[in-house]
Design a protein around this ligand. Structure first.
Ligand SMILES: [Zn+2]
Length: 390
């Protein structure tokens, strides 16, 4: 059961980096007005100060830079200590005014904190976290905030996650990590913590995460997947779940060879009438002439339909690859291969050249397609028997 949500703060909950885009211009004006330093001299100093800061170890690239940039600039421009303090103050107040909360993160945190224990785990300095919490009233939502400077560990090698688990005594499978840094936040997975990657630019699709969202508000969809999930996530899953063209789907987390087993579908047996209920409507499939498997744990779903699938069901509940599947490719099977006397036809927009547009029971498939599926072995025996096909 999922009980704890661990958030990264900088650039996950709070946009702390976009203010930087205007920093150079604002500072350039400031130096011209207060120190009579021209734009060219400033630009050179700013560039090299930023480069220095980027090399500074254990500095969160977006959050803590600010504490060094004023210092580095003052030295480069040959200014005294008092000026340095003024510059730091100026930059800080500019930054604090330009930080913003993402999406509806305040409402979201408030809502989630009523149901889950929320934690924050951040590569940062204590002072910076305090400043953030002064600007935004979100501290109250977190049970505790674990800061790299405090613990002496960082996310970079996963040490901070180890520290988190040790200091809280929590079981990794009862937690989920939510963060925007594929490499650093993704280290949580090494300790068995599922990782929900917040990829706002939707740039990465190659895995390295358990789930992917492009907007924090989608987190609720992911959390819903955990409902009714008792056994936790598979440890070495061949797929991960993210939003694709057709809503949530399963994507190969690495190359899957033809005939390789992908997952076992396990769910409660339900009646035909129950397939029409809200709970099961979009999640069931047929496992016998009169039997259906209902909404199942995460392990099974959500595998989408395709008229040109790369996977199929053998036996009655084992999904296997019917051709090689590339890493990052969505895993699909043809729903018609398990539809016998099910009236629930649906529209398809899978986009494949073979798309049938309306998806119906197996018996309505073109004969060639039927033959092909039967030869591959992905039409359940019970269905062939019911149709009296040998
Ligand atoms: Zn189709």
């Amino acid at each position: 059961m999922l009980k704890n949500i661990i958030f990264d703060i900088g650039d996950t909950v709070i946009d702390v980096s976009s203010w930087k885009n205007n920093l150079s211009d604002v500072l350039s004006n400031y130096f011209f007005k207060n120190y009579d330093i021209n734009n060219k001299d400033f630009s050179l100093a700013f560039k090299s100060a930023m480069a220095e800061v980027n090399n500074e170890e254990k500095v969160n690239p977006h959050i803590d830079k600010i504490n060094y940039v004023g210092h580095a600039l003052a030295i480069k421009l040959g200014l005294n200590y008092k000026s340095e303090q003024d510059i730091k103050r100026f930059v800080k107040s500019f930054r604090n005014r330009n930080w913003r909360l993402f999406d509806n993160s305040e409402e979201l945190l408030s809502k989630l904190s009523k149901k889950y224990n929320l934690y924050a785990v951040t590569n940062s300095r204590v002072e910076t976290v305090n400043e953030i919490m002064d600007v935004f009233p979100i501290r109250k939502f977190f049970k505790s905030i674990i800061i790299s400077e405090d613990s002496g560990m960082t996310k970079d090698d996963g040490g901070l996650f180890k520290f988190f688990l040790q200091s809280t005594g929590l079981a990794p499978e009862e937690c989920i990590m939510v963060g925007n840094d594929l490499v650093r936040d993704g280290k949580a997975m090494q300790f068995g913590i599922p990782f929900c990657f917040v990829d706002r630019k939707n740039d990465f699709s190659e895995g390295g995460y358990t789930f992917k969202i492009t907007d924090l508000n989608e987190l609720c969809n992911i959390l819903n997947l955990f409902e009714n999930e008792h056994s936790g996530l598979p440890k070495h899953s061949k797929f991960y779940v993210k939003n694709g063209k057709h809503g949530l789907g399963c994507f190969a987390s690495h190359f899957i060879r033809k005939n390789e087993r992908i997952m076992l579908f396990k769910g409660p047996l339900i009646t035909y009438a129950q397939t029409k209920t809200k709970e099961h409507r979009e999640h069931y499939f047929q496992t016998g002439p009169e039997s259906f498997q209902g909404k199942a744990p995460l392990r099974r779903r959500p595998v989408n339909h395709s008229c040109d699938p790369n996977a199929g069901i053998i036996g009655s509940e084992t999904l296997i690859a019917i051709r090689n599947i590339k890493k990052g490719e969505e895993v699909t099977f043809d729903y018609s291969t398990t539809m016998y006397n099910d009236s629930a036809t649906f529209r398809c927009s899978c986009g494949s050249r073979q798309c049938r547009h309306i998806i119906k029971e197996f018996r309505y498939l073109p004969e060639k397609t039927q033959q092909r599926y039967i030869e591959i072995g992905v039409v359940p025996k019970w269905l062939l028997k019911a149709l009296a096909i040998k």
